[in-house]
Design a protein. Structure first.
Length: 177
């Protein structure tokens, strides 16, 4: 199976579909799941499953690399919402300058990156408030806010009410219906 995955990725690299480092990362991820597989299906079925996963990962990577910088930035923010995010961090991870990223993002989404980050964090907080009983401090720290009070101010700024009031309103409204 390891040889099969290696051959697949070798062909991907030779055909120029992906850069070597990207293809090797996909290969490592797939080999990692193979290594720790407990229940091994029949070889033919397993080979098909692994091939499908390889092709899906390759397509996903190609789709992501076809995105423009603002879309890559948006995707990165959504996929790393539980981490500390800033213009500097985003520019480093996307391989561009802070000024070009800020300008192109504002042009595409009509808002600053910091505002977009806060909105995405508030959306994630709303989901957690609705679907869990996690306290506000834990939600704040989960979303990489250093201070729960700052999180509550940001939440109220974008939603119009405090996180606690939001949770109470959701529960009251769900009991009415």
């Amino acid at each position: 199976m390891i040889r099969f995955v290696s051959l697949l990725m070798s062909n991907v690299i030779e055909s120029g579909q992906l850069l070597i480092d990207v293809a090797l990362k996909i290969q490592d991820d797939i080999l990692g799941t193979i290594e720790f597989k407990k229940d091994i299906p029949p070889f033919e079925i397993w080979m098909k499953q692994v091939a499908i996963r390889c092709f899906k990962e390759i397509q996903k990577t190609k789709d992501e690399s076809a995105l423009l910088i603002p879309e890559k930035c948006s995707s990165y923010i959504k996929n790393h919402i539980n981490q500390k995010l800033s213009l500097t961090i985003l520019a480093q991870n996307l391989g561009c300058s802070k000024s070009s990223l800020a300008h192109s993002f504002k042009k595409k989404y009509n808002q600053t990156i910091s505002s977009y980050i806060n909105i995405q964090k508030v959306k994630a907080a709303q989901y957690m408030l609705i679907n869990s009983s996690v306290n506000l401090s834990e939600i704040a720290y989960t979303l990489a806010f250093n201070n729960p009070n700052y999180f509550m101010r940001i939440f109220k700024h974008y939603v119009g009410i405090s996180p606690t009031a939001y949770r109470v309103n959701i529960r009251i409204n769900s009991n009415i219906q």
